[in-house]
Write a protein that binds this ligand. Structure first.
Ligand SMILES: Nc1ncnc2c1ncn2[C@@H]1O[C@H](COP(=O)(O)OP(=O)(O)OP(=O)(O)O)[C@@H](O)[C@H]1O
Ligand SMILES: [Mg+2]
Length: 231
């Protein structure tokens, strides 16, 4: 199972969702190696050579791995400036490269494969699905480079999500394909939160719309089912 976590924007709950999924999958599928990776991350200090500083997404994802171990160099492309990956890379002069990311992920997956159980590889992108990584290269291109994979589009379950999810899904469909799962996260809830999931299902933007609620693991079970389901 390989799943790429994309967002309708930054700070939409991608890391939170990957960590919860990894923990539940480790409980439910004992013996399954679970690898959580963040190939590109900006806004993290450079002083710790190689390994990620504690509060970074890469560090949280490394902690959420089970049986599998994240690479020592994680993220592969790290930027100190709290800017979009492309803006940060222009300042540091080190541009993210899809081929290098593909190789880094494939190597981490090979190193984590163990026994008969299929590896779970959960990959978090940086920023939103159309955030640029380099000139004319976005996170959607990274997702395409990582096919075959499930694409999970993460969106916050609050006012504005109907537009944000529709815009992202239509643009994804036009440029490549729709996400497999639209995952609503609940850091901020408001008057729209009780109805957003049903409205988004009616709009038929993705094969599944799953609403993640705190303290409710049924949604994670549904997400696990979507990830393992045969096409
Ligand atoms: N369900 C939740 N309950 C409480 N807090 C949450 C929840 N989901 C996310 N958050 C908080 O919202 C913030 C953004 O979430 P998160 O870091 O997961 O987003 P992200 O999409 O990974 O962001 P980035 O684009 O920086 O990688 C974090 O402070 C996180 O702790
Ligand atoms: Mg994150």
């Amino acid at each position: 199972v390989r799943a790429v976590f994309l967002g309708t924007g930054t700070s939409v709950g991608k890391t939170h969702a990957v960590v919860r999924l990894a923990r539940c999958a480790a409980d439910q599928l004992p013996g399954t190696p679970i690898l959580c990776l963040k190939p590109i991350e900006s806004g993290i200090a450079l002083e710790a050579p190689g390994g990620p500083p504690g509060s970074s997404d890469a560090a949280m994802l490394a902690c959420a791995c089970a049986i599998a171990t994240a690479p020592a160099l994680h993220p592969l492309f790290r930027y100190e400036q709290p800017l979009s990956p492309y803006a940060a890379s222009r300042q540091s002069g080190k541009t993210a490269n899809l081929k290098e990311i593909q190789r880094w992920i494939a190597q981490a997956e090979r190193a984590s494969a163990c026994g008969e159980a299929p590896l779970w590889s959960l990959i978090e992108t940086a920023g939103g699905v159309f955030s640029p990584l380099a000139l004319r290269v976005t996170n959607l291109d990274l997702a395409r480079a990582l096919e075959p994979a499930r694409w999970i589009l993460v969106a916050p379950n609050c006012l504005g999500v109907l537009h944000a999810a529709t815009a992202a899904c239509l643009a994804m469909r036009g440029a490549a394909r729709a996400p497999d799962v639209l995952l609503l996260t609940s850091a901020e809830r408001d008057a729209s939160s009780d109805t957003n999931a049903d409205l988004l299902r009616e709009l038929d933007l993705a094969r599944a719309v799953i609403e993640l609620r705190d303290g409710d693991d049924a949604a994670i079970d549904a997400l696990i089912s979507e990830l393992v389901r045969a096409d």
